[in-house]
Design a protein around this ligand. Structure first.
Ligand code: NAD
Length: 444
């Protein structure tokens, strides 16, 4: 591992990764290589997570092509040094901001979107002119092996390399000195990554998780609220970092919402054979233990050996229950109630700042109130998940749900340092700053 990192550092110093033409060529190369392996990627996602070809394409492959396309079109503009104003005290000089790559980046990826969450950050790293080491998750070993093949086919190891392995390998990598670390994963491991980065003062981007609420106000369009919450929650068997973790619904709307949700659970995810699988038996066992919390009002069946858990609604859950103490990250949806929107806001504020928040409300005042009073990474009004798929929107958390953001321009920024430079004139020298002032303007 150390060899790879040293090789990459040497390669980076040659300046080979810096030109626009090089970066564009590598992005195109990456896209071609992915296209050549598209069917294997789809098959691997089906094998390890039972993702349908449609879901695999829309949430893992298509989104990566879109990111390459979006960045390719704009990269020349982003790379240009930007001239900024200069105060009169600096008369004669000009000021610029130069984006520059950090150098060698470490990208650590999770298993839930094992292709997209390894490749999307890599696109940012390449666009910004970095070298990169990618460490995929050990929980999706077939995808990890495939990522190694794809990257090795597209790039030389001195430029981009995949290092496979679990937490032990990850920790060995973290002991090495990188110029930037991009981590996607859980909050506890995020803390380990940040502590390791602190030893070298390495800048980090942390894309973490947490408990993202879906708030359903009395003014909500209930039919669409039910449909969109069910779609976003149970996508990928609930293993989505920005899935609604729990519902906070106005108590007068709870029963009608539950009835509509049940209907959409059948309609959208009613076929067990076509439903996503939990990544491992151990993860499935953890989720099954949560079924003792509150009352199962819909679903509740499971088969641990097959890593299958039915989409499930839980009522009568309280914040003291185990299911409310950690991110659920599975197809279980607790329904909690509130009486006033102030109470709902307080409930969210009393807990860690979520990665996402979804508010279903037609009332504009309520929308404004939640947007101004609650801090969260990003989210939607009257929808779920969709904010992640707009490349014009930076994607990231706040507080315990993450540090920094990416996607589109934000990806370029995440992997860049902005270097500020004053270009001074030598035609004259204003003496005001020197100790022997008051000499007048002295022309050289
Ligand atoms: P995880 O934190 O267990 O693992 C993520 C990566 O860290 C893996 O590559 C793993 O090998 C490595 N790792 C695990 N333990 C480590 C340790 N002790 N030291 C160093 N590295 C270690 O996360 P996961 O289970 O793969 O993914 C689920 C979590 O990721 C959820 O919390 C979810 O919300 C979050 N997530 C966030 C985003 C986002 O974009 N913000 C996206 C997907 C998932």
């Amino acid at each position: 591992m150390n060899d790879i990192v040293q090789k990459q550092k040497r390669y980076f110093r040659t300046g080979a990764t810096l030109s626009l033409s090089f970066r564009l060529a590598q992005l195109a190369r990456l896209k071609e290589t992915i296209q050549a392996h598209e069917q294997t990627i789809i098959d691997t996602l089906a094998k390890e997570l039972n993702k349908s070809p449609f879901e695999a394409y829309t949430t893992e492959i298509g989104i990566v092509y879109e990111e390459i396309h979006f960045i390719t079109k704009r990269l020349a503009r982003w790379m240009k040094p930007k001239r900024v104003p200069t105060p009169l005290t600096h008369f004669g000089s000009k000021s610029y901001v130069y984006p520059e790559p950090y150098g060698v980046s470490l990208i650590i990826a999770p298993w839930n979107y094992p292709f997209q969450l390894a490749i999307s950050p890599l696109i940012g790293a390449i666009a910004a002119g970095n070298c990169a080491v990618v460490k995929p998750s050990e929980y999706t070993p077939a995808m990890s092996a495939l990522l190694k093949i794809i990257v090795a086919e597209a790039f030389s190891e001195e430029y981009v390399a995949v290092v496979e392995g679990g937490a032990d390998v990850s920790q060995q990598l973290l002991d090495l000195r990188f110029d930037h670390i991009f981590f996607t994963g859980s909050v506890p491991v995020g803390k380990i990554v940040m502590a390791a980065a602190a030893k070298h003062l390495t800048p980090v981007t942390l894309e973490l998780g947490g408990k993202s609420p879906a708030i359903v106000d009395q003014s909500a369009h209930l039919e669409l609220a039910a449909k969109r919450i069910i779609w976003g929650k149970f996508l990928n068997a609930g293993q989505t970092c920005i899935a609604p973790d729990y519902v906070l619904v106005h108590e007068a709307m709870k029963q009608p919402l539950l009835e509509k949700m049940k209907r959409y659970m059948d309609e959208l995810y009613g076929n067990p054979d076509a439903y996503g699988r939990i990544v491992s038996e151990r993860h499935a066992e953890r989720l099954v233990r949560f079924l003792n919390n509150g009352t199962v009002v819909y679903g509740g069946n499971y088969n641990i050996e097959q890593r299958w858990i039915e989409p499930t609604l839980l009522d009568d859950v309280t914040w003291d229950d185990a299911i409310m103490q950690e991110e659920i990250f599975g197809p279980l949806l607790p329904i909690l109630t509130f009486q006033t929107i102030e109470e709902a806001i307080r409930t969210v504020q009393d807990h860690e700042k979520p990665l996402a928040l979804y508010l279903f409300a037609e009332d504009k005042h309520i929308q404004q109130q939640v947007l101004t009073q609650v801090s969260f990474g990003g989210g939607c009004i009257n929808d779920t998940i969709m904010h992640i798929a707009n490349p014009h929107l930076p994607f990231g958390g706040v507080g315990q749900s993450g540090i920094g953001a990416y996607h589109g321009k934000a990806s370029f920024d995440a992997f860049s340092h902005y270097k500020s430079v004053v270009k001074q004139t030598t035609k004259f020298d204003i003496p005001l700053r020197y100790p022997n002032f008051p000499n007048a303007l002295k022309w050289v």
